[in-house]
Design a protein around this ligand. Structure first.
Ligand code: HEC
Length: 227
């Protein structure tokens, strides 16, 4: 009895299976309709398909030479050891009072421990005797009018006992800290402060520092034109 039942069940399953496969006709050959075929089959060349528009027939192209990646809008081509370039290197950035305050905050975090909260080189790490090298006294005539590019180089590459701060401060922040230092220096007998004539990104460099025109042109030519 059981045997008959299972034979019947097996037959039923096979029958259903064959019906589902529908091997006998064109009834189910129609692939159906596609909604918005342009979206299914791209009219643009897909990334890895051959492309007759280019000599090398590659659809994926390299960025145009001189392309600046997002987040890297500020160019920095300063090379370590190029001390002649250090002296003329500058920025097109300009800082508002709030941004200068932020520069001061960053100075307190990263620099004041050595250079002192008052910029006199008497930071607690030095005065405690735990750090033997005398940090630069930014109020000393030796540093008062140091070209900002040279200071930038010290932050980017380090200087003797001072390590590089390139990994802690991004390019904008380096200039921001140095703008703060320059502002403080101008209040202590240094040259007039020229980095604060407008919101950040304003290219007022040419008006502010005509003497440094060549470097400025170089810097702003490499920068994107959205400022
Ligand atoms: C660990 C201590 C220490 C810290 C922190 C430090 N510096 Fe210095 N810095 C020094 C010493 C020491 C010198 C002197 C180097 C020399 O001339 O031998 C120096 C020199 C400098 C100079 C002069 C460079 C030159 O060409 O003579 C600048 C500018 C400067 N530091 C900026 C900064 C800024 C900005 C920061 C914060 C981002 C900072 N430093 C953080 C120790 C430090």
């Amino acid at each position: 009895m059981n045997k008959t039942k299972s034979i019947l069940a097996a037959g039923l399953i096979i029958g259903l299976g064959m019906a589902a496969c529908n091997t006998n006709g064109s009834m189910h050959r129609n692939p159906g309709r596609i909604y918005a075929p342009d979206m299914v089959y791209s009219r643009a060349y897909d990334a890895y398909t051959p492309n007759p528009n280019f000599a090398d027939s590659q659809t994926s192209r390299l960025p145009v030479p001189g392309t600046i990646a997002m987040g890297h809008e500020l160019p920095d081509h300063l090379k370590e050891g190029d001390t002649a370039a250090y002296k003329t290197y500058t920025t097109m950035l300009r800082f508002t009072e709030d941004q200068l305050k932020e520069g001061g905050r960053l100075f307190t975090i990263y620099c004041a421990i050595c250079h002192g909260p008052n910029l006199d080189g008497q930071g607690p790490l030095f005065t405690s005797g735990k750090f033997a090298a005398m940090p630069a006294n930014f109020k000393d005539p030796k540093y008062l009018n140091m070209p900002i590019g040279q200071m930038y180089a010290a932050v980017k590459f380090g200087k003797n006992a001072m390590g590089s701060y390139a990994s802690q401060l991004d390019i904008k922040q380096r200039w921001q800290v140095l703008a703060y230092v320059k502002q403080q220096q101008s209040k202590n007998g240094g040259a007039a402060f020229t980095l604060g004539t407008g919101p950040m990104g304003t290219d007022s460099t040419k008006a502010a520092a005509p003497a440094k025109d060549s470097t400025v042109a170089q810097t702003s030519a490499a920068a994107p034109k959205h400022s």
